[in-house]
Ligand binder design. Structure first.
Ligand code: SF4
Length: 376
């Protein structure tokens, strides 16, 4: 497989169903379409089977069921999807198999079915402890549901768990973030993701901000929230391994690390992307188009694009991009690939060499986009 350092690939399945649409969401998710779940599951299984054969059944060591809300499938449907993956691809014995779920939609039966089908990691969209913030962004749960879902997961044998949290929400305060971090840590997850709100055009939250009905915290406050997350989580033994991701030793999300280090992956379902043999494939993002069998779009990645992608993705990781890995993947060193383009961000204290890797400095993490513009 050209351009890859690792042999086993990642597998992703997109489940585009949600109970309702969150105010900030521009993911492929379709509330009110639950009646289409059986048809969708059949289509995804057909795609998995076909793709397994066409790709030559490569070995996989991570599986990620994401969404949308995968926990809206029933136990039989999720088992069928996972069984299809195990039939179409040799899955390594110690594979990381993650399922996303939203608090309030995780039932004991579903969690048991996941365990039985091999899932060993759960990722939960907890977001914030304050119910007022959760309602403001259109989430349907409250913190009691987060606690209840974590309990269900634990009782079913899940000890590897992520909680997703959000920073920079309208009207969110630093003290809200502190409460949320403390409440989250108290649930003993192995992994926490702290994402800053991205206001996507066309979403209700974007409209309300534009109309002045909602106001985002100013940049200084948002930076304070992020610093608070970094410090609090470090105090609790979470190692920051990516701009927004923190984990206990040995619990970084291997699937996502694979994506950031250009390990090939195959994605199934509407809006799923694949990266395989230096080709990027994008399935139709509209549910109806996917169900109607519309063809995916494919583009070949040029060598130059591949080199830039290695930096764009790899610099998200706190360890940066190892020169040795880069050279093995691209046949030239980082310096040979980017030459003088490196001088400006290094001179400005945004990039630094550390133990044979090029990485963002703390300041560079805040200004990552400007670093990438310099490297373009
Ligand atoms: S749960 Fe996630 S995918 Fe579903 S609407 Fe909310 S943000 Fe979007």
């Amino acid at each position: 497989m050209p351009g890859s350092l690792h042999e086993p690939i990642g597998l992703y399945v997109h489940v585009p169903f949600c109970v309702s649409k969150c105010e900030y969401c521009d993911f492929a998710s379709y509330p009110g379409r639950e009646a289409d779940i059986p048809r969708y599951v059949d289509a995804v299984i057909r795609e998995i089977t076909r793709c397994g054969a066409e790709s030559g059944h490569p070995k996989a060591d991570t599986i990620f069921l994401g969404g949308g809300t995968p926990s809206l499938l029933d136990e039989f449907q999720v088992t069928r999807v996972l069984d299809a993956l195990f039939e179409a691809f040799p899955i390594e014995e110690r594979a990381e198999i993650t399922c996303e779920c939203n608090p309030g939609t995780l039932t004991t039966h579903f969690a048991q079915a996941l365990r039985k089908a091999g899932v060993n990691r759960l990722s939960m969209g907890a977001q914030a402890r304050q119910v007022s913030l959760l309602r403001l962004i259109g989430r349907i749960h409250d913190w009691e549901k987060v606690i209840a879902s974590v309990e269900i997961a634990r009782k079913t044998g899940f000890d590897n768990m992520n909680l997703d949290l959000m920073l920079g929400l309208p009207s969110q305060t630093v003290s809200d973030v502190r409460d949320t971090l403390e409440a989250s840590v108290a649930l003993s997850p192995t992994h926490l993701s702290c994402y800053s709100l991205i206001v996507e055009e066309g979403t209700p939250i974007c409209r309300d901000i534009t109309l002045g009905k909602l106001a985002l915290p100013d940049e200084e406050i948002e930076r304070e929230m992020y610093e608070l997350a970094r410090q609090t989580l470090a105090e609790h033994g979470f190692h920051q391994y990516e701009i927004s991701n923190f984990a206990h030793e040995g619990h970084a999300c291997r699937h996502n690390v694979g994506c950031w280090t250009r390990v090939p992956y195959l994605g199934f379902g509407c809006a799923a992307h694949s990266f395989f043999e230096e080709c990027r494939t994008m399935n139709p993002s509209k549910l109806d188009a996917y169900l109607a069998g519309e063809e995916p779009k494919t583009e070949q990645i040029s060598k130059e694009e591949a080199r830039f992608e290695s930096m764009m993705l790899g610099l998200r990781m706190t360890r940066g991009v190892k020169n040795e890995d880069f050279t093995r993947m691209h046949g030239m060193s980082i310096r040979e690939a980017f030459g003088e383009k490196l001088d400006k961000p290094i001179g400005a204290g945004l990039l630094e060499w550390h133990e044979g890797a090029l990485r963002l400095t703390r300041l560079g993490m805040d200004l990552q986009n400007s670093v990438l513009v310099d490297l373009m």
